[in-house]
Design a protein around this ligand. Structure first.
Ligand code: GLU
Length: 478
């Protein structure tokens, strides 16, 4: 049986964002599902744009997401090196082979000339395509130009009338005519390998069996297949993922907000929230549960990847974030909350605090708010809060304070006392208590709030509510 070998091949020119994280994730799930190998390869031949800081951050991001590779950067394997900048000798060999087959030629056209050509073609409504200016230069003409010190690129000679077909794993059968494809650059003027070339060579040499990547690469695929076929190399199957769009239907970009993995992590998103969201961003899962990487891999099916654009829905991501938060145990939650909270919450209250706020928070900053309310702040009341306290009336808080005298923080008894004394129930009973104790209309269970506040602070807060209800505290100071 052929081993499934998938890969993620980022160019380290920026931070990992939701779009390429999804390609990486699906490739990893594909390999895992088939008990195969997932490879990480760094496509850094464009030295001017590549930066090793991005290699470090993307490795960190992938590990954080729980995506691990069995071959590639830092792991090694039989097909390295896994930095393209270290594979120059390999590429030279394959250039040689193509030169021998007369499938290449040097091109001396300048950037400016090419840009002008493209502009002209576009203005005439044609798709830009190299016209083949240097295709038929004689040996003498080439010599002449080299003698002038001109540095040529190397182009692949695209065969005249050839149909390039392949079955895309996601989009189905694809057909391209070579007549629509201009001769393309496989080596830059500075001698480095172009993306089109090294990406194809490496997928073939690394025995990649399936490539999952963004549909922005679809037009590259026939070119890359031509290179592999010309060299008699093994070709992977390709699957092109439809793009991710923002609310306005355009491809997700910086304009829609920052969706780099490191920003999401800094904001407090949990890795399981991201992976569960990514897993469903253009791929169907029957389960509505929060799934582990293994479970997501088990039910991953390339046939369940949608052909149409996936709409990035922040509410969905927040839904998975809530699920991921509620799946954390107390210790993990405490750690995730971070040092700010850890300083604000008295040590002996940690467990109770975590349990109380867990259903009410999405991010650590939400817990900061609750820590301030429960342990530090003089409460701030809105006009509506004040109205509720006044409607409840002075007697309500007299009873409440007395109940705390009698029962401490035993909330059930406190409630019963007030209920009995004033014949109140439901919202009329709960809401004034909640507002008086927290200054909020929602939040943790009141019994837990009481426990965290302690009798002293409860009495203080009821006494203040009494003053507000009686109109003694000036509304301006509230
Ligand atoms: N280095 C390319 C990129 O980051 C890889 C494309 C591919 O997956 O083939 O877009």
């Amino acid at each position: 049986m052929i081993t499934v070998r998938t890969r993620f091949a980022p160019s380290p020119t920026g931070l990992l964002h939701i779009g390429n994280a999804r390609a990486a994730f699906y490739s990893a799930l594909y390999a895992k599902q088939a008990n195969g190998v997932f490879i990480l390869r760094i496509e850094d031949t464009d030295l001017a744009r590549s930066d090793t800081q991005y290699v470090d951050s993307l490795q960190e991001d992938l590990h954080w997401l729980g995506i691990h590779w069995q071959e590639g950067l830092g792991v090694d394997g039989q097909h390295g090196p896994y930095w393209q900048s270290q594979r120059h000798a390999i590429y030279l060999h394959y250039y040689e082979l193509l030169v021998q087959k007369n499938l290449t030629y040097p091109c001396f056209c300048s950037e400016e000339e090419l840009a002008l050509e493209r502009k002209l073609q576009l203005s005439r409504g044609h798709a830009p395509r190299y016209r083949g200016t240097c295709r038929s230069l004689s040996a003498a003409e080439i010599e002449q130009r080299l003698a002038k010190g001109l540095k040529p690129t190397l182009r692949f000679r695209v065969p005249a009338q050839e149909e390039i077909q392949f079955i895309d794993l996601i989009k189905g059968p694809q057909k391209f005519n070579s007549a629509d494809i201009g001769d393309f650059i496989i080596r830059r003027a500075d001698g480095t390998a172009s993306f089109m070339f090294c990406n194809a060579i490496d997928d073939a040499l690394m025995l990649v069996s399936q490539v999952l990547r963004g549909e922005d690469h679809l037009a590259n695929t026939p070119r890359q297949l031509m290179i592999m076929r010309a060299l008699g190399l093994q070709q992977p199957q390709y699957g092109h993922l439809a793009m991710i769009t923002g609310d306005d239907g355009t491809p997700l970009s910086k304009r829609h907000g920052s969706y780099s993995l490191s920003d999401l992590r800094t904001k407090g998103y949990l890795p399981l929230a991201i992976t569960n969201y990514l897993g469903r961003l253009g791929h169907g899962y029957e389960s509505l549960q929060l799934l582990s990487f293994e479970a997501l891999a088990r039910d991953f099916n390339v046939n369940k990847i949608s052909r149409s654009a996936a709409h990035f829905d922040l509410n969905q991501l927040l839904h998975w974030q809530k699920m991921a938060v509620s799946a954390l145990d107390g210790t993990a939650l405490w750690k995730w909350l971070g040092p700010v909270i850890q300083k604000q919450v008295p040590e002996k209250m940690q467990d109770k605090f975590v349990e109380a706020v867990k259903p009410n928070i999405c991010f650590p900053e939400d817990a900061v708010k609750w820590a301030a309310i429960l342990f530090h702040h003089r409460l701030h009341f809105s006009a509506e809060d004040i109205q509720i306290l006044r409607q409840a009336g002075e007697q309500f808080f007299v009873e409440a304070e007395q109940a705390v005298e009698s029962y401490g923080t035993d909330f059930k008894n406190i409630l019963n006392e007030i209920k009995k004394a004033l014949n109140l129930s439901g919202k009329n009973l709960y809401m004034p208590l909640r507002i008086a104790l927290t200054g909020q209309v929602g939040g943790p269970e009141l019994a837990q709030v009481a426990d965290l506040l302690g009798p002293e602070r409860m009495r203080e807060r009821f006494s203040r509510a009494f003053h507000i209800a009686s109109g003694k505290e000036d509304a301006q100071t509230l």
